[in-house]
Write a protein that binds this ligand. Structure first.
Ligand code: PEP
Ligand code: MN
Length: 342
């Protein structure tokens, strides 16, 4: 439930409400806004009658949260969450493009791509060092060496780095290099990983699982937030359906749906969402029109030679053309395209 305190209430009264809730076994999440303080209380609602809480001095109202996810919900926090990464504010007025290769393949490849990403106007660099591949015989990523190359690319361009963390063992290492920790579709319900990531003070990009409902996806975000990490960005990347022409079915309706259910930023990955390079630009435009806060796009200087996901990777010129189009489109949505200089 949410306890909304009266406007300008004294700290003592807030503390009294909190200690009453703690006594009854609730987990407290406090949000002090300019106008008022809101206390989120997670626990057994039968432990303390709503009316008794509402009668406490300083309390304006008590609102039960009926959804299974609490901290993630719009009821818990009405204003949108903005996740700051370097100079990029994701979830605010700006639309940010995160671009880069599927995998870091070599020092030369990532440095060259990072330059392309920067020149095209994207604001964050993506690239996998640890790759979750369907086949054990496919390229698995460069591991630590890949992370080191990403750090060099960041140094060279000033672009913040997004990279996937696949397991709890490698989390401390990946955390050292990543500005945003990506949780891949295959790991969306790896609850131990989600809990450990929830203990980090590092933004998280949580991809929707292949076969996950919106509710399951939001509950995965709740796992991270329940451990104290509120910097969660959701990423729609397509779901499995009977359709085989596209790699996945990009569920763009999830964008406005999640935006109404949650205060968290939502971005869209049209590359994995379609699996086809020629569909990336149209789906990117559609994602922005649907209200997405950003895009995650794969780009490769030589897609035909890519070690993974070549068919869905844009060529450098197409990335630059796409960002140009988004720049002219953004004002229609009352937004602007994020830039590197904040
Ligand atoms: C990726 O972004 O490279 C990736 C593996 O994506 P997903 O987890 O959505 O399949
Ligand atoms: Mn990929």
């Amino acid at each position: 439930m949410i306890i909304v305190m009266q406007h300008g209430v004294e700290t003592d009264l807030i503390e009294e409400v909190k200690s009453r809730l703690v006594q009854e076994g609730f987990d407290i999440h406090e949000s002090r806004g300019i106008a008022r303080t809101i206390i989120g209380a997670i626990g057994d609602p039968t432990r303390v009658p709503l009316l008794a809480l509402e009668a406490m001095p300083g309390v304006e109202k008590v609102v039960p949260i009926l959804k299974p996810y609490k901290l993630v919900s719009r009821e818990f926090k009405e204003e949108p969450t903005v996740v700051n990464v370097g100079n990029a504010a994701i979830g605010g007025d700006e639309i940010h493009v995160i671009a880069g290769p599927c995998a870091v393949e070599s020092r030369q490849q990532i440095l060259e791509t990072a330059q392309v990403v920067k020149e095209s106007g994207a604001t964050l660099l993506r690239g996998g060092a640890y790759k979750p591949r369907t086949s054990p015989y496919s390229f698995q990523g460069l591991g630590l060496r890949g992370l080191e190359y990403l750090a060099e690319a960041r140094e060279m361009t000033g672009l913040a780095v997004v990279t996937e963390v696949m397991d709890t063992e490698s989390l401390p290492q990946v955390r050292e290099y990543a500005d945003i920790l990506q949780v891949g579709a295959r790991n969306m319900q790896n609850f131990n990983l989600l809990k450990k990531i929830g203990e980090q003070d590092r933004p998280v990009l949580l991809k929707r699982g292949h076969s996950s409902t919106i509710e399951e996806w939001l509950l995965a975000a709740e796992y991270i937030m329940s451990m104290g990490n509120y910097k969660v960005i959701l990423c729609e990347r397509g779901i499995r359906t009977f359709e085989e022409y596209t790699r996945n079915t990009l569920d763009l309706s999830a964008v406005p749906a999640v935006k109404s259910l949650s205060h968290l930023p939502v971005i869209v990955d049209p590359s994995h969402g379609t699996g086809r390079r020629e569909l990336v630009a149209p789906m990117s435009r559609a994602a922005v029109a649907a209200g997405a806060d950003g895009l995650l796009v794969e780009v490769h200087p030589y897609p035909d030679a890519a070690l993974s996901d070549g068919p869905q990777s844009l060529k450098p010129q197409s990335l630059s053309d796409l960002i140009h189009e988004l720049d002219s489109m953004a004002p229609i949505m009352n937004r602007s395209l994020g830039t590197l200089v904040g």
